[in-house]
Design a protein around this ligand. Structure first.
Ligand code: FES
Length: 230
């Protein structure tokens, strides 16, 4: 694979042909925040939290391939404020009650909130009326917390390639549902994968609760991105 030389925030980086900016940045120890992107899954460019500036234009770093001589701006105040605004919008658009969420401390949205020093959002809370669906066999879906990243829709499939999750409704009512028949046959491993792959607490595996106490979970201990940043 041919080597590509490019720059992120003045740091000389190398990448491989076919890599996206997010992937190449990670290989060079540079963190670009992501929400809908998930390692090993085809990027979809949905959430735009990974937006960087390339040659004066805003691009999604998770879908844009690196190119020779590319100059990427990442951690600049303008972009960091836009990312913070996206996190704020996601918080006010749903009902995220972190202290009572099983995903607290393992939640990427919460961790990004900490990263960007979220206090009072600049947007008004919408307090939508949303459902918590515990009628499934292996999982619960709390649509209050869904950020519509579609990681579950794209990445949770049965052995014979059937997608268990899909989107339902439109606009502000758009959220995820699971096919009840396929869901009831999910293995414990797949149900756990669905919970882990969800960046927030919208998909929770039943019969799992507080195995690790709040305060000792992944992002309670190390801030998001610190595992990548060199
Ligand atoms: Fe790139 Fe969501 S992570 S658009």
């Amino acid at each position: 694979m041919s080597k590509i030389t490019f720059e992120i925030d003045g740091k000389e980086c190398t990448g491989k042909a076919g890599q996206t900016i997010v992937e190449a940045a990670r290989d060079n120890g540079i963190y670009i925040p992501v929400l809908c992107w998930y390692e090993g899954m085809k990027p979809a460019g949905i959430c735009r939290i990974c937006t960087v500036r390339v040659g004066g234009r805003f691009m999604a770093a998770c879908t844009t391939p690196v190119a020779e001589g590319m100059i990427v701006e990442n951690e600049i105040p303008e972009l960091e404020d836009m990312r913070k605004a996206i996190v704020e919008m996601l918080f006010v658009e749903g009902n995220h009650m972190c202290p009572t969420c099983e995903k607290s401390g393992n939640c990427e949205l919460q961790a990004l909130g900490y990263r960007y020093g979220l206090m009072a959002p600049r947007f008004p809370y919408l307090f939508p009326k949303r459902k918590m669906d515990a009628t499934y066999t292996k999982i619960m879906i709390d649509t209050n917390r869904c950020v519509q990243c579609r990681r579950c829709v794209r990445g949770i499939v049965t052995k014979d390639g059937k997608h268990i999750f899909s989107m339902t409704n439109r606009s502000g009512h758009s959220t995820i549902v699971a096919d009840p028949q396929l869901e009831s046959k999910m293995s414990d491993e797949l149900a756990k994968k669905a919970m882990d792959q969800c960046p927030v607490g919208a998909i929770l595996k039943k019969e799992v609760g507080f195995a690790v106490p709040i305060g000792k979970r992944k992002y309670d201990v190390t801030p998001i991105g610190s595992e990548i940043q060199k």
